[in-house]
Design a protein around this ligand. Structure first.
Ligand code: GLU
Length: 489
């Protein structure tokens, strides 16, 4: 049997995101949601949220709502679906069981599926035997030849059963992916997969197809881990006599070192990135380029721009690489575009949670300004400003500039301290300090490093840090002089 290209029914553009509510949002799933959203928007279509909660073993309580929350946070909006409403509902699969029930009966009548009464023990023994013979694990179709009378009798007797899809026994199945073109599968490689489990709950393979059809989904965007299911899905549409939607299987996302994006190599959930202080605009920009690029390879994209320019033609099939440095780059870019006051508002909760207190908003602004150049993510504000709250312990030698002795350094610092004490508290600004000290050093024919080097270390206790004038301003005169006095001890 060969199945050739099919037409899209109607001209409505409807994309959907169909996550299973199993916990946090994986970066790969965000990419799937984003691509669906962007394609829908760029084509002037609708974007729908459906929750696929039929695998109740994997379900996590509250995951549906947390999913909506994180998608809202990144800015992805749904026109219809779970939590939004719409005329194709309900959008939660466990509220659609009567629909699956009715349609599975219809499919049985059409001959596209059959009852299977095989026990778990029999299936386990069968799999073990197949493994021993190095055969692919597959249902041996024992129940496929049961007569309708026999089936009726066993159902009436209350025997447990599942409903399996009847795959073609020979030939080829030809399917079409918008990115990969035609793909051929051998019918003999297709398992008679379970559509309805013995508890009456459908599998993904059934519910997903039924819902995409009933919700009039025009395009399916999903991860390429579903490619092996693709021929079976198309055959199911065929068995019902339905026109399938178009399919776009998104390329895999891999770690930089190769291999699947996995938890062992770092964070994989969007919530983790949010909590560390990655901005939604950075995450969106980063994810949009995991498998898509514009003709001119533009790097910086807002969600609104993407929604206008996104198209299948910029997408590819080769695996996308998850490069954290790239995400850091985008995040730094968007952080540095923020006005200082907004950045400070973003930083404040991270500082407060570790018990940092500010006397004034001005002080917070100064601290944030000092660190802003080096922030990769908002959470970095804590380690980057630690030295402003507590002077780190340091070796006296750190104070010495180049080959200057400790004794000489001490004399220089003492002299400098006297100068700094003369400055009025209202003049204690970065600009004034800089002008005054540089003039004073020049007038005495001193070298900048011999004075400003130790001053910087006395104020920060660090080998590397921002410059002495800005740190002095942020600390204020009193604290600066206290730290200098400490260094003299
Ligand atoms: N519930 C499936 C998943 O979360 C949906 C796949 C699809 O989009 O068809 O992977």
């Amino acid at each position: 049997m060969r199945i050739f290209g099919y037409q899209l029914g109607g001209n409505k553009i409807r994309f959907r995101f169909a996550p299973s509510p199993t916990g946090l949002l994986h970066i790969g799933n965000l990419r799937t949601a984003l691509f669906g959203y962007l394609l829908a928007k760029s084509l002037g279509g609708k974007f729908i949220l459906r929750l696929e909660d039929t695998d109740q073993k994997r379900e996590v309580a509250g995951a549906g709502d947390s999913l909506i929350k994180i998608l809202q946070w990144v800015g992805i909006k749904f026109d219809e679906g779970y939590g939004v409403g719409g005329k194709y509902g309900p959008y939660l699969q466990t509220e659609r069981l009567n629909i699956y029930d009715k349609l599975s009966t219809e499919l049985l009548a059409k001959g596209g599926a059959y009852h299977c009464f095989c026990t778990e023990d029999r299936l386990t023994a069968m799999r073990a035997e197949q493994e021993k013979n190095k055969q692919a694990p597959r249902y041996d179709r024992l129940c496929r030849s049961l007569s309708p009378e026999e089936v009726k009798k066993r159902v009436a007797r209350g025997e447990k059963f599942v409903i399996r899809q009847a795959m073609p026994l020979s030939g080829e199945v030809l399917v079409h992916d918008e990115l990969r073109d035609d793909i051929k599968f051998r019918a003999e490689d297709l398992d008679d997969q379970v559509l309805i489990k013995s508890n009456g709950i459908p599998t993904y393979q059934f519910a997903n197809i039924v819902d995409d059809h009933l919700m009039e989904i025009s395009h399916v965007t999903r991860g390429d881990e579903w490619l092996s299911s693709f021929p079976k899905n198309i055959l199911l549409y065929q068995a019902f006599g339905w026109t399938p939607p178009k399919f776009i299987h998104l390329p895999l996302i891999m770690n930089k070192g190769g291999g699947k994006l996995s938890k062992r190599q770092g964070d994989v959930y969007v919530e983790n990135y949010r909590d560390q202080g990655y901005l939604p605009e950075a995450i969106i920009n980063f994810c949009a380029l995991l498998g898509w690029h514009s003709k001119d390879d533009k790097e910086i994209w807002t969600l609104t721009e993407l929604a206008k320019s996104f198209s299948v033609s910029g997408m590819g099939v080769s695996p996308a690489i998850f490069d954290l440095e790239k995400l850091d780059y985008y995040n730094g870019y968007y952080l540095r575009k923020k006005p200082l006051s907004e950045l400070a508002d973003l930083c404040r909760p991270y500082l407060e949670v570790v018990g940092r207190k500010f006397n004034t908003q001005a002080q917070l602004l100064k601290f944030v300004a000092l660190a802003s150049d080096r922030l990769k993510k908002i959470g970095d504000i804590v380690p980057l400003t630690d030295f402003l709250f507590e002077l780190p312990k340091y070796e006296p030698e750190l104070l010495c500039w180049k080959k200057i002795s400790l004794k000489q350094t001490r004399l220089n610092m003492k002299e400098l301290e006297e100068e700094l004490k003369k400055i009025k508290v209202n003049d204690w600004t970065k600009e004034y300090l800089e002008k005054t000290l540089l003039t004073w050093i020049k007038d005495h024919n001193y070298k900048n490093g011999e004075y400003l080097g130790p001053l910087r270390v006395a104020l920060t206790g660090l080998k590397n840090s921002p410059g002495p004038f800005e740190v002095a301003e942020a600390l204020g005169q009193e604290e600066s002089l206290r730290r200098i006095a400490l260094s003299l001890e």
